[in-house]
Design a protein around this ligand. Sequence first.
Ligand SMILES: *Cc1c(COP(=O)(O)O)cnc(C)c1O
Length: 439
Amino acid sequence: MAELPQSRHLATEIPGPKARQLAARQAAAVAPAVASAMPTYAVRSQDGIVEDVDGNRLIDLGSGIAVTSVGASAPAVVQAVQDQVEQLTHTCFMATPYEGYIAVAEKLAELVPIRGQLRSALFSTGAEAVENAVKIARAYTGRQAVAALDNAYHGRTTLTMSLTAKSMPYKHSFGPFAPEVYRIPGSYPLRDQLDGAEAAERSISALQTQVGAENLAALIVEPIQGEGGFIVPAEGYLQRLAAWCRENGVIFIADEIQTGFARTGSWFACQHESVEPDLVTTAKGIAGGLPLSAVTGRAEILDAVHAGGLGGTYGGNPVACAAALATIATMEDQDLCAKAADIELTALEQLRGAAQKDPRIGDVRGRGAMLAVELVDPDTGAPDAELTGAAAAAARRAGVITLTCGTYGNVIRFLPPLTISKELLTEGISIVLDSIAQN
Ligand SMILES: *Cc1c(COP(=O)(O)O)cnc(C)c1O
């Protein structure tokens, strides 16, 4: 396969003629509820570039939502997938097991920041991993309640959408929701002005008074909140919550589905503050674009579930496992944690420079290659979703894959592949910043 030039190139306007034809076919055949951000259609991708059907080369600042951290179709992943597809596409691990599944579990035991003997169970999607983490926590503790934070995102199945905070679009019209799910305030430094200890006290007080520690199986937390707005909790917040959970026999689940696998500059975001969870959920970046997810935790906890209690037809599919092993090896070989830290340095300087000139950029935050700007009314601090939408649309038309997020829809997030060149990264961010400035 020919190399894809690592430069932005507009062959047509976006959407071009072929993209418009596909849009018409999509409108006729695809459920409109499954909406797409980019107004064009991908054909191939490598490192920082996605090529569309009209031959436009787009700068990728999304990685398919933090999935293709090693680059889409990374060579080692392609090779591993091709080899595995020829050998064995599927047996179902519960029917006839195979080595790749075990090797992924061994790798997770090595990388996940929990001490002692670890075990893992593999699944296909992030939501499935979260569901299973809750099942495991309930089985181990014999308790039923589960707590999640304001601004949380944990998926779209009934249990995980119940854990997710935001109504539109994730929950609206889809109730009733799963029982025994409680929501408590979290830490959102820009909007609550609390330090880590204060925010943790507020969270713990809500848990104690509204749920009761003795009823609580698990608290699930994203170390940096993803869909909710790339919210980095105040320093010390996660430590304090994890300590309270330990003192009270509550399972602390770190949902590292978006933050995990080198994205934030370390293997897992918990490591930035030396937080040791009981269970960690992973997915997205783990397998370079193949569907794979996992729950990893202390052996004692995973061993509490009866044999046959966990599984699924496709969970830990051999092709996805081969892709994960190649993805993790690529991350190690290319030191992509360091690459994420470099991206942070380059991008933060650029974003902070723009924020100094434009008071509508109310906050610049994130870690590694998980960064964001929050757009506000400079006088009141009120979220500016309109500006966010207009700026993202303009950047997309200019050939930059741009994602938004946030409870108030006013955050533009940056999730480039960790293999993006510095030139493309800088150019992509400049285009987004220009789009903000001009709207
Ligand atoms: C994306 C995401 C999920 C859900 O993963 P799916 O693979 O879409 O089911 C859960 N938690 C977090 C933090 C996520 O970012």
